[in-house]
Design a protein around this ligand. Structure first.
Ligand SMILES: *Cc1c(COP(=O)(O)O)cnc(C)c1O
Length: 332
């Protein structure tokens, strides 16, 4: 297997050791496919989750640029915004979140529980906006004000999903290869949720650079398709350039499944909620209502429909998001 050297991109340390992989014994037996789960949800910082891998590189770059402030964008219950806020505070940055009221829910808990409580505890400044365009306009205005006061702003895009953030999941792919060798296993498939493409893109880049052959399946968490696959392709190709690779990926390398994504971002369907209960009751592991329940539902449906064949070994990456459960009490 080929190795790569990403040392020239400075990282802050948010992750001490590889996330564990467990076999889901009861569910594997029930469905006839060996499902393993990689617990990126259990990283010790800030209630864990996939964004920490990206933030190691993104905040490393913010330090390199001598930024004083970090800004980012997300939905009101964004896990990315919460982890960015917590991690940025750990390294002494001021943090401002531009949170979009884009999800059609009215319950108060969506606006004052879950991730919002964690943002408040670390004293993140929150600006509520209506959409992406308004968010980026507000960011430009705040940036000017801070620069006038001699501060320097580092802006992290939605989900931390640019080429640099994506390198976090290139690292993850190499980590998985090492773990499967240590466990004397060979995974046939890695499955993950996809929202802004960085996790999926990084895994595809890792696979490409390592010249290994595990299939990768990404489940979109919203039904609208086109842009996500294209954005994933774009940042994956840019990440390959950062890795000094001459390989260029094509659209068939970043296909995203949207069959089981429900009606909209941030809105779980009954069958997603059933998946949360199924995993909690059988394995004691909790999925979140926005991302991981949708992807795990897709995985179970693909097994039921024989898209994933009996006897295959699947690694599901638990990308986090559990604080979101407390923003949606009406489903439980
Ligand atoms: C952001 C997020 C994802 C999606 O990851 P992307 O890299 O944005 O595609 C999946 N699960 C959880 C819990 C997330 O917060």
């Amino acid at each position: 297997m080929k190795r790569i050297n990403l040392k020239k991109y400075p990282k802050v340390k948010l992750i001490e050791q590889p996330s564990s992989i467990y076999h889901l014994k009861r569910i594997s037996k029930a469905v006839g496919v060996d499902i393993y789960i990689k617990r990126d949800d259990l990283f010790p910082v800030g209630f864990g989750g996939n964004k920490l891998r990206k933030l190691e590189y993104l905040l490393g770059e913010a330090e390199k640029q001598k930024a004083t402030h970090v800004f980012t964008v997300g939905a009101i219950q964004s896990n990315h915004a919460r982890m960015t806020a917590i991690a940025a505070k750990m390294f002494g940055f001021e943090i401002e979140l531009f949170l979009k009221k884009s999800v059609p829910v009215k319950e108060g808990s969506y606006f004052n529980n879950g991730n919002i409580i964690l943002n408040n505890i670390v004293n993140a400044t929150i600006h509520e906006v209506t959409d992406n365009e308004k968010a980026y306009r507000a960011i430009e205005e705040r940036k000017l004000t801070i620069e006038k006061e001699s501060g320097k702003v580092y802006v992290i895009p939605v989900g931390g999903s640019n080429a640099l953030g994506t390198l976090g999941y290139v690292d993850c792919y190499f980590e998985i290869i090492k773990q499967q060798n240590d466990m004397r296993l060979q995974f046939d498939l890695i499955a993950t949720a996809s929202g802004s493409g960085g996790t999926h893109g990084g895994l595809v880049v890792g696979k490409t650079l390592s010249e290994t052959k595990i299939n990768i399946k990404a489940y979109n968490v919203e039904p609208d398709q086109g842009e996500l696959a294209l954005h994933t392709l774009k940042i994956a190709n840019e990440a390959l350039e950062l890795c000094e690779s001459k390989i260029s990926l094509s659209a068939s390398d970043t296909v995203v499944s949207n069959e089981y994504s429900g009606t909209a971002y941030g809105i779980p369907s009954d069958f997603h909620i059933d998946t949360i209960k199924f995993l909690a009751k059988n394995e004691g592991i909790f999925l979140d209502p926005v991302y991981t329940s949708k992807a795990f539902t897709g995985l179970l449906m693909d097994i039921q429909n024989n898209v994933i064949k009996k006897g295959e070994k699947v690694l599901y990456i638990h990308t986090g998001g559990m604080p979101g459960i407390f923003a949606y009490p009406q489903y439980f």
